[in-house]
Unconditional design. Structure first.
Length: 270
């Protein structure tokens, strides 16, 4: 059995146990037990040379078709889109559209692969993310990685991870409506370039922003939603699981729902 593949119920229970292990022992935000959360040495991959505006326009011009194309198919080459993302990332890092830019150390553009099976969207960077310029690298992010791995998803293999806002809100507060509105065009442009087949929204803020609603997360996560033709699965933010262990069971149900969608999609494409 290859990494991330589940062929029997025992493997599914093992995955659930992994999430449960992460939540044992009173784990809270800001704590990082080495046995569970020893991060691999982080190093940002080298970015390709920024492309011309003509290359960026070409990459974006093919992104308005339905996102759920068959595996490996795209209107522009991978190198064109990688170059477009590099240029776009440079623009985001220089952004001053809202007040969050004045207090950031590093803008957090996102991390993952082109043509991701799943785009994970969180709320905003925390202190560790702001320091390193990478999404979900604190305690919540390390739990997120374990949750994704339980259904065969990895940021270095088949996922991309981003946030509603690219800069850290002071004191980790919730992004304001104006801040979310300032950053949303960037996120939509990322989605157009990445062409994810599914979206997983981690937390109420992310789900509300993507769906344009004020409904709470308990109601939002009750069914698969839609974002411009892309199936969207809302779930609890990993930080909520660190605070409340009773949420681990419904969060696991959300992950299984996402995995079922992926398996059905893979089956339909042979």
């Amino acid at each position: 059995m290859t990494e991330g593949e589940y062929t029997d119920k025992a493997s599914l229970y093992e995955a659930l146990a992994t999430i449960g292990d992460c939540l044992k022992g009173g784990l809270r935000l800001g704590t990082t037990p080495a046995a569970l959360y020893e991060p691999a040495p982080g190093r940002e991959p080298a970015s390709p040379a920024p492309p011309s505006q003509e290359e960026l326009d070409m990459a974006l011009s093919g992104s308005r078709t339905p996102a759920r194309a068959p595996f490996g198919l795209s209107e522009v080459s991978e190198s064109d889109r990688a170059a477009a993302l590099a240029r776009f990332e440079a623009e985001v890092k220089a952004c001053t559209r809202c007040v969050l830019s004045s207090g950031r150390h590093k803008a957090v553009f996102g991390q993952g692969v082109l043509d991701p099976v799943v785009l994970v969207i969180g709320e905003g960077p925390g202190a560790e993310e702001d320091k390193r310029g990478l999404p979900f690298v604190g305690a919540s992010g390390q739990l997120l990685d374990k949750m994704l791995a339980s259904i065969g998803l990895y940021r270095e293999k088949n996922c991309y991870i981003a946030n509603i806002v690219k800069c850290r809100p002071p004191n980790n507060r919730e992004p304001s409506p104006d801040e979310r509105a300032a950053c949303m065009p960037y996120l939509k442009q990322q989605i157009a370039l990445l062409k994810p087949r599914f979206i997983l929204c981690a937390g109420r803020t992310a789900a509300q922003a993507m769906l344009g609603t004020t409904e709470g997360i308990n109601k939002l996560r009750s069914t698969v939603r839609d974002f411009e033709g892309i199936p969207l699965v809302p779930t609890y933010h990993p930080s909520a699981l660190l605070r409340d262990q009773s949420l681990k069971r419904p969060a696991w149900e959300d992950l299984k729902r996402l995995r079922s969608l992926i398996e059905s999609d893979e089956g339909s494409h042979g």
